[in-house]
Write a protein that binds this ligand. Structure first.
Ligand SMILES: [Zn+2]
Length: 190
């Protein structure tokens, strides 16, 4: 179960022990992970995080594969929506705009269901089968960083969130960064 930690965006550098956040091996290697919000409201944050070269390669492979799977799910969902719209248009004699309006939710629902199904079954099966440098992709423990605005905590309140899947890494991070709020503390702060 990943654990999330919340800190103000302008917080000084986060503290880590010299261990890989995924496998726990001692390492001096770091990757610069950045998280942000695009568009007019752009916000970004980059933070070096300890991750050994092996875990970085495995994590990058998983990230790429997940992007492809996600694109495939949305593509299939879109094809389903087009099929539904065409079926209503040609088979049931619906007007073009109402057939199109019915195809859109079919595409969204189809994409969402396919995405959920692939996250539950396809990805875990793939991660067990595929390897990078002899390490199965299932060995990787997710490390995620993102930043966001929270208007409910102030007009310009900005925060970062670090999510760690590995329990030992999360416990060490909480010990070294006592000011970081856990998800429970964050929810209780409203
Ligand atoms: Zn590692």
């Amino acid at each position: 179960m990943p654990q999330a930690f919340f800190l103000p965006l302008n917080h000084p550098a986060l503290r880590f022990e010299g261990r890989c956040l995924s496998c726990g091996d001692a390492t001096h290697e770091t990757v610069l992970l950045s998280g942000g919000v695009r568009g007019d409201d752009a916000l970004s944050w980059a933070q070096p995080l300890p991750l050994c070269a092996g875990c970085e390669a495995v994590g990058a492979r998983r990230h790429r594969l997940r992007s492809w799977i996600s694109a495939g799910c949305w593509g299939l969902g879109g094809a389903l929506g087009v099929g539904v719209a065409l079926g209503l248009l040609l088979g049931a004699g619906w007007r073009a705009w109402s057939a199109g309006a019915a195809g859109l939710p079919a595409a969204l629902l189809g994409g969402l269901l396919l995405r959920a199904a692939s996250a539950a079954w396809l990805e875990p099966a793939l991660w067990r089968r595929l390897q990078v440098g002899g390490v199965p992709l299932s060995r990787y423990r997710e490390v995620e960083l993102f930043c966001f605005r929270e208007p409910r905590k102030g007009a310009d309140a900005r925060f970062i969130c670090l999510r760690l899947e590995d329990d030992d890494a999360a416990a060490a991070f909480a010990r070294l960064n006592p000011e970081a709020m856990s998800l429970e503390a964050w929810e209780a702060s409203y």
